[in-house]
Each structure stands twice: as C-alpha cells, then as structure tokens.
Design a protein around this ligand. Sequence first.
Ligand code: ATP
Ligand code: MG
Length: 131
Amino acid sequence: MIKPDAVENGHIGAILEKITGAGFNIVAMKYTQLSRRDAQEFYAIHKERPFFGELVEFMTRGPIVAAILEKDNAVDDFRALIGATNPAEAAEGTIRKLFATSIGENAVHGSDSDENAGIEGAFHFSGREVF
Ligand code: ATP
Ligand code: MG
C-alpha cells in the first residue's frame, strides 16, 4: 500500500516509479480508502500495541493505493526497497527515507512474508482484479 501521507503529499507517481524501476511487476492495483473496520482487520496483529488507535486513525484518514507486486524474492526485496519502519533509520535512497515523515506516517506498507502477502492481496482484490 501507498499510505495516506504519501498520497496527500503527492508521491504516488514517484513511489510507483521506484517500485517498477526496481523490477517489480504490478499484477493488481487500485485507489481506495480503508474503513475503520478494514484498518482494524488489516493491522489486527498490532491490536494490543500502544500505537494501534493512532495507526487506524492514520490509515483511514484518506485514500491509499493498494497493489499486488510480483518478483523473485519479492518480500525481502520490497522491504529492502522501502527501508526501515522509522524513516530516520531508513537507508539512503529507500522509499521511506525519501518520502516518509515519521515512524507512524511512513509512506508505504510491505507484506512481511509470502503467506501474509497472499492474505493481504486477497483482502484488497478479487480474483478478477489480479492479472
Ligand atoms: P508495515 O507493516 O506498515 O509495512 P512495518 O512492517 O515496517 O510496517 P510494523 O512493525 O508492522 O512495521 O508496524 C506497522 C505500522 O504501524 C508501521 O508501518 C507504522 O505505520 C505503525 N507503527 C509501528 N511502530 C510505531 C510506533 N512506535 N509509533 C507509531 N506508529 C507505529
Ligand atoms: Mg509490518
């Protein structure tokens, strides 16, 4: 996902260029907005964390871009491309270093395993939206 902060700040095009330039193939994509229920479900793994309320507020405050990306070693390579959760700790040239503003408002989400990528892809897209 391209998160609401990056959409608000006009970074959709630049982020997609970084992603395709790094060799990812976009197999599904949409511009949409998460409801509270969507965000609570999507980030359910973090529901006991102190920042959960803030995370749900943030992720629902405006539109996002959701996409399914394909590449060999996609999970690890995408996490390398986006950089550390906290942009202050993200490597030079990473998407979060370039476009994120804080640990909470960090421009992009990436799946943390192939299994979760499958679950998260199915959360956003039906079979006929994946190419
Ligand atoms: P994501 O899952 O969004 O790709 P991540 O895997 O790098 O990010 P997680 O630990 O899964 O990081 O945290 C999920 C999201 O919760 C973060 O991307 C960020 O938006 C928010 N978050 C994480 N830690 C904090 C924190 N300490 N304070 C505020 N928000 C946080
Ligand atoms: Mg995560």
